[in-house]
Design a protein around this ligand. Structure first.
Ligand code: HEC
Ligand code: HEC
Length: 215
């Protein structure tokens, strides 16, 4: 609980640092999910699937993801608020560059309102290890439990921690490795980089596989 509060405070501190996405991400009140649906059907559907359920393991599902998290990622793909906190991905940089602030907010509201699809863990040899890391972390190596931030069912905490449950294992694994190498560095206060840095390839694969079936 203490950790959760500390994290929330940090996120607020980062969000308050005078960036434009912070203002956009805060009140999603004016977002228009119907307009978001229209744009998603014209562009995003090609890669993120119908209603945000991706059929391509490298492309994340967006259905049920928190609206504020989606908006934040789209700003980060644009290289905002700061280059060193950007999320570098050439495919999404090109997509995000074409979106206005309103578009991003509308898309966030639309995808957040869609029903997530839950996949299944595929590797029975590692599912217990994955579950253990997710629920309890690895105490003697200082790996915090994923559940402590992302929730026991992987649903996330809207506006603080993204939904993970049901995501493609390939995508989750790639993100964990990107954080471990520092290639992805848009996590406030290095919350994810410090977790990923302490995990082996096998542990990352195990927890990613477990998360695919988590709900
Ligand atoms: C050509 C394929 C393609 C198109 C079109 C596309 N995306 Fe993506 N998107 C990707 C890929 C690939 C990733 C994963 C990037 C990475 O590995 O960091 C991604 C990641 C994302 C993420 C991050 C999700 C997360 O869980 O962190 C968001 C948000 C997103 N896309 C939104 C959109 C929206 C909104 C549109 C439409 C305007 C769109 N994308 C169009 C391929 C695409
Ligand atoms: C201290 C809190 C905290 C803990 C513990 C934590 N995370 Fe995270 N995680 C975050 C935050 C914050 C983000 C969003 C970063 C951003 O803004 O891009 C995130 C994002 C992610 C993402 C990216 C989701 C996406 O759609 O791209 C994955 C995957 C992830 N975490 C997996 C894990 C796993 C696996 C564990 C346990 C081994 C874990 N996290 C533990 C805070 C945490």
């Amino acid at each position: 609980m203490k950790l959760r509060l500390a994290c929330a405070t940090l996120l607020l501190a980062v969000a308050g640092a005078g960036s434009s996405w912070a203002e956009e991400a805060a009140p999603a009140a004016r977002a228009d999910a119907a307009k978001g649906a229209e744009k998603a059907g014209q562009i995003c559907v090609a890669c993120h699937g119908v209603n945000g359920v991706s059929m391509i393991p490298q492309n994340p599902s967006l259905a049920g993801q928190g609206a504020d998290y989606i908006v934040k990622q789209l700003y980060n793909f644009k290289g905002l608020p700061k280059k060193d906190q950007a999320r570098n991905n050439p495919i999404m940089a090109a997509q995000a560059a074409m979106l206005s602030d309103d578009d991003m907010r509308n898309l966030g509201a639309y995808y957040a309102s869609q029903k997530p699809r839950i996949l299944a863990a595929r590797n029975k040899d590692t599912v217990a290890l994955g579950q253990q890391i997710y629920r309890a972390g690895i105490a003697d190596r200082g790996v915090a439990a994923c559940a402590g931030c992302h929730g026991a069912t992987g649903a996330g905490v809207p506006s603080q921690y993204p939904r993970l449950g049901g995501q493609h294992a390939e995508y989750t694994e790639a993100q964990m490795k990107a954080w471990r190498s520092g290639e992805r560095a848009n996590d406030p206060n290095a919350m994810m980089r410090s977790v990923a840095a302490r995990l082996t390839d096998r542990e990352i694969a195990a927890v990613a596989d477990y998360i695919a079936g988590l709900h």
